[in-house]
Design a protein around this ligand. Structure first.
Ligand SMILES: Nc1ncnc2c1ncn2[C@@H]1O[C@H](COP(=O)(O)OP(=O)(O)OP(=O)(O)O)[C@@H](O)[C@H]1O
Length: 283
């Protein structure tokens, strides 16, 4: 018999399931209760501020543009930013009663039909802080994953918080992740920290697709030349150090930043050929 009190699937299991379960086995994968998800992709880094949320939003929008049914789980419980990307930060996810004791989260749908759940869609106001210790945060994340009405999804993208702590470990060990997309910037110090995450994924047996080197350069307005920003290291060198295929390198794009600040990042990505070029063939 497993350790049911710790298991996110405990309410779904029959007595027979419970008697035959060994939930201390880290390979047991938890499935959402409401809906059916074909592929779960984690967007990770290890380092903060390199563009995980940005790449999650871009990838989700590209997939929706191709006609896939897409969801986004904002797993950054204490620093959620996905609602801003999709311009839905003024909206709130609803809690729908199922019976006297249970409810499910109804995610907020974006203009492109992406179903998003985030701590910032559950708090009363966007800038209300979450002041919880690790185990509570992990429990809430599990609930946001299992108790959301995802419906039928081709892809669920998970925007992971930085670091190799509790949340990253829970997601890698308990969720049926198809693969991880690693986000980094071409800087030796960033690559060193990102490598810890890559090694962690390899240790727990999660497949890593490759690395997106974000903010790798800026296009010169005058001559159109690619100008390096943070270091002279190439994206290829950084990917080689991480031991990962280079998915693409992305420029610092001030038009994107402007669109994001206006709550129109999704629209910008839908209309942009840049992101289609880089991510269109990934799935
Ligand atoms: N390619 C880009 N061009 C312009 N701005 C970018 C680009 N990528 C990311 N940014 C900006 O950099 C900031 C940090 O990006 P983002 O929030 O995606 O990083 P993160 O890794 O998710 O951060 P955190 O670790 O806090 O979750 C944001 O303001 C975002 O708009």
């Amino acid at each position: 018999m497993g350790n049911c009190s710790q298991c996110a699937s405990k309410d779904k299991c029959t007595t027979h399931d419970k008697e035959n379960c060994n939930s201390t086995n880290v390979n047991i994968k938890v499935l959402p209760k409401y809906g059916n998800i074909k592929n779960i992709i984690g967007v990770v880094s290890g380092k903060g501020g390199v563009g995980k949320s940005t790449i999650t939003g871009i990838l989700a929008t590209q997939l929706a543009k191709k006609g896939y049914k897409v969801g986004v789980l904002d797993a950054d419980i204490t620093g959620p930013s996905m609602p801003r990307f999709f311009g839905i930060n003024e909206k709130r996810a609803k809690m729908m009663p199922i019976d006297e004791n249970n409810f499910m989260f109804e995610p907020v749908e974006t203009s492109a039909g992406i179903r998003v759940i985030s701590m910032n869609l559950l708090t009363q106001v966007e800038d209300e802080p979450v002041i919880w210790r690790g185990p509570v945060i992990t429990g809430v994340l599990n609930q946001m994953y299992t108790d959301t009405n995802w419906g039928e999804l081709d892809y669920l993208l998970i925007d992971m918080p930085p670091g190799t702590g509790d949340i990253a470990l829970t997601i890698m060990q308990s969720f049926p992740i198809k693969e991880l997309i690693v986000v980094s910037t071409p800087q030796a110090m960033v690559s060193m920290i990102v490598k810890k995450l890559v090694t962690m994924a390899q240790k727990v047996g999660v497949n890593v697709r490759g690395v997106v080197e974000n903010m790798a350069y800026i296009d010169c307005d005058g001559c159109g030349k690619k100008m390096k920003v943070f270091s002279k290291k190439s994206s290829e060198e950084c990917a080689e150090y991480l031991g990962l295929p280079l998915i693409c390198e992305l420029p610092i794009n001030l038009d994107f930043t402007e669109a994001l600040e206006a709550g129109k990042a999704e629209q910008y990505v839908l209309e942009s050929s840049l992101y289609e070029l880089h991510f269109g063939g990934l799935y």
